[in-house]
Design a protein around this ligand. Structure first.
Ligand code: HEC
Ligand code: HEC
Length: 393
């Protein structure tokens, strides 16, 4: 809070100061006052402090984050002893894997999602079928194609290898012959992994330095090339990207149908249509007895299910670091950024549901400018404010 307030005051002071100093401050570097405000709202410095997660009582306990970090890299939590979260969410690749369909014990039907900033997302997965990070973490552990193991097996790993650290957080391990006790330990595995994931955030990119330069009155021109700035102008203007990709993470955290073609070899995937219903009936959702705050589930209370508009709608991904993680979309259908921009330019009809896009009819030079802008969104991915240490450190 304090940080945000002082940043806001500094911004205000800079704006007021600049308005007195230069009569044309409202059109700095060719941006109008309204556009400058919009750019500022997209800067990483505008990110709110991480909101608490009342459903997870160890969410902000550093001991939980440390235990979660070790479990995130532990391949003993799998059917074949070879798969950890980090198999697909690789720290050196911004916590994803760079392939179209993720491979664990088997091959999945979706692309691995990057993790930075996702503690801020109300729903997780491409279809949003989980409503917290801890509930999400329990999914891959039991998925036959990801970790492929079982709850009793995972509870045993805790008893055999992490007993002291576990008991320091949650008290004595319960009797692991009872299913409820096993599930309780399993849930706590999710909660400590979530505590670790909460520390994964995006750092500043060249785009953020450009916005900082504009708002402090320094010449922003040197930070972005003319082509990159032209791409940014299209992004918030005629190309309409910021309708969905807005705010400091360049996502509205919602679900939209953008007509991305399904993979013909896979069963038809209905995206948010099935994801929203799954979140409501999930064994581990905010209202479940495993949640630490069952009476504060506003996201679930207001969730719309069953609507036609949800068919083949997918989570709007953050565009931070997007140039570093081809291929794109929920099943890696598009190989390059230029394929993605071609898709937006043509706006093909959806095979199910209804695409919300309209053809953009941008010229090739404009598509190149947009792509150049997207490449300015790359920056470091930080864990607890630092570059992540590898699995052995
Ligand atoms: C086999 C590769 C694989 C493994 C192992 C794996 N994931 Fe994932 N992860 C994925 C894929 C694929 C998705 C998207 C799946 C979907 O939408 O159905 C995903 C999605 C996520 C998301 C959602 C991000 C968002 O923006 O909504 C989080 C968080 C996550 N994984 C964390 C984890 C954790 C924690 C573990 C270990 C317990 C783990 N993953 C293990 C492949 C993997
Ligand atoms: C109506 C909302 C909406 C608009 C407008 C929109 N996007 Fe998206 N964007 C999405 C959704 C939803 C996805 C994921 C779709 C999927 O996986 O099927 C996505 C995915 C992407 C991806 C792939 C990211 C990844 O990690 O796979 C890029 C790049 C992208 N959008 C850029 C843009 C650009 C550039 C524009 C403007 C030309 C734009 N988007 C306009 C909703 C939107």
């Amino acid at each position: 809070m304090a940080h945000r307030t002082s940043a806001a005051i500094a911004l205000l002071a800079a704006t007021l100061g600049a308005a007195h100093a230069t009569p044309d401050a409202s059109t700095r570097a060719g941006w109008t006052r309204a556009q400058l405000a919009q750019l500022r709202a997209m800067a990483i410095t505008e990110l709110d402090p991480l909101p608490p997660d009342p459903t997870n009582r160890v969410a902000d306990d550093p001991r939980a984050a440390e235990l979660g970090r070790r479990l995130f890299f532990d391949t003993r939590l799998s059917a074949n002893g070879r798969v950890a979260c980090s198999t697909c969410h690789q720290p050196e690749r911004a916590f994803q894997d760079g392939i179209a369909l993720a491979v664990g014990v088997g091959t999945t039907a979706r692309r691995t999602m990057p993790l930075a900033g996702m503690a801020r997302a109300p729903f997780l997965f491409w279809d949003g079928r989980k409503d917290s990070l801890w509930a999400q973490a329990l999914g891959p552990l039991e998925s036959p194609v990801e970790h492929g193991g079982t709850r009793p097996q995972y509870a045993r790993v805790i008893a055999d290898h992490y007993r002291d650290d576990y008991e320091a957080l949650f008290g004595p391990l319960p009797d692991l012959t009872l299913w409820d006790a096993i599930t309780y330990v399993f849930v706590n595995i999710g909660k400590v992994i979530a505590a670790y994931e909460r520390q994964i955030e995006f750092g500043a990119s060249r785009f953020d330095r450009y916005v900082a330069a504009l708002t402090t009155g320094a010449p922003g021109e040197g930070v972005l090339t003319d082509a990159e700035a032209a791409g940014l102008r299209l992004f918030i203007g005629r190309a309409n990207c910021s309708q969905c990709h807005d705010g400091p993470l360049l996502t509205n955290h919602e679900f939209h149908n953008t007509g991305v073609r399904p993979r013909p070899e896979l069963p038809l995937d209905h995206g948010r249509l099935t994801g929203a219903s799954a979140a409501v009936s999930d064994e581990f959702n905010c209202r479940s007895r495993w949640s630490d705050a069952r009476d504060r589930c506003a996201e679930l209370d207001f969730l719309v299910t069953g609507a036609h508009t949800l068919d083949r709608a997918y989570k709007v991904p953050s565009l931070r670091n997007v140039a570093e993680r081809a291929p794109y979309m929920h099943a890696g259908q598009l190989a390059t950024l230029s394929d993605v921009l071609d898709h937006y330019n043509r706006a093909p009809a959806a095979v199910a549901g209804h695409s919300e896009l309209r053809p953009l009819r941008l010229r090739p030079v404009e598509l190149r400018q947009l792509e150049a802008f997207l490449r300015t969104l790359s920056g470091p991915v930080l864990v607890g404010g630092r570059t992540p240490p590898g699995p052995t450190q």
